[in-house]
Design a protein around this ligand. Structure first.
Ligand code: PML
Length: 249
């Protein structure tokens, strides 16, 4: 069956290009007959974001002509921590467990704080700790991925996992990213000041949620991909941005 990538982005004080503030974004993979539903769900999402009322929104769809790969979701685990310090320490331990050296993690954090306000992901070389992408403050935005709701809800019911959209979207992204053999691990927390849970993910570790990775009120988010053996950076970025993944339990 033919699928379409349906995408939304919303901003305040002008469009993203005009320097407006990003409010919300999203993507759904939809069949043609489900298009109204997909567009409405994205419209609703963009209209009701905690970051405020947008004055700019764009919704578009585009047919996907390439084959769609189906991937099983990463295993999910929640680590309850008492404080941000303990949460951060745990994230370091998990990254080390994934095979990343401490000094590389430290360098990655430096890159991240230098580019605060970045919306996409930073690609960090696990050998040098240097940033690999040349996307500056934009970063790399992973796209073309989804998980059909019926299948997602079955999975959530079965494991008694959280059913909210934020977790679903983050898990879909982490699953896609970890599926590429060059990805060693991912570290992420939200730029939403009201949301402090983040995660470390990798094929080996699964999706390890950590309940406190930053303080409330902090608008700085983070998304770092630690990458190994990159002969072809273009191919890797193409995979992240353009190849279509459907998560299926
Ligand atoms: C979760 O609770 O598992 C989601 C954590 C990451 C959220 C990232 C985001 O909001 O953009």
């Amino acid at each position: 069956e033919k699928y379409y990538s349906v995408r939304m982005r919303a901003a305040k004080n002008g469009s993203h290009e005009q320097g407006g503030k990003h409010i919300s974004g999203g993507e759904i993979l939809s069949t043609f007959s489900d298009m109204r539903h997909a567009v409405n769900a994205l419209l609703e999402k963009g209209l009701t974001h905690s970051r405020g009322k947008p004055d700019f929104m764009q919704i578009q769809f585009e047919a996907i002509d390439e084959p769609i790969k189906r991937v099983k979701p990463l295993q999910i685990e929640s680590n309850e921590v008492e404080s941000v310090e303990i949460g951060q320490a745990l994230s370091w331990r998990l990254l080390e467990k994934a095979g990343i050296q401490e000094q590389i993690i430290e360098k990655a954090y430096k890159h991240m704080t230098e580019c605060s306000g970045i919306r996409g992901a930073l690609l960090i070389d696990v050998h040098s700790g240097e940033r690999m992408d040349d996307r500056k403050e934009k970063g790399v935005r992973v796209s073309r991925m989804d998980w059909l709701n019926t299948n997602f809800e079955k999975w959530a019911d079965y494991y008694n996992n959280p059913k909210n959209l934020r977790v679903k979207e983050a898990l879909v992204l982490a699953t896609k990213v970890s599926e590429h053999p060059a990805t060693v691990a991912e570290l992420c927390w939200s730029d939403d000041p009201e949301y402090i849970t983040g995660y470390v993910a990798s094929k080996k570790l699964g999706y390890q949620r950590i309940t406190k990775l930053k303080e409330y009120g902090d608008e700085r988010g983070c998304r770092i991909f630690f990458v190994d053996c990159l002969e072809d950076l273009k191919e890797y970025i193409h995979y992240l941005e353009k190849e279509t993944i459907l998560v299926q339990w």
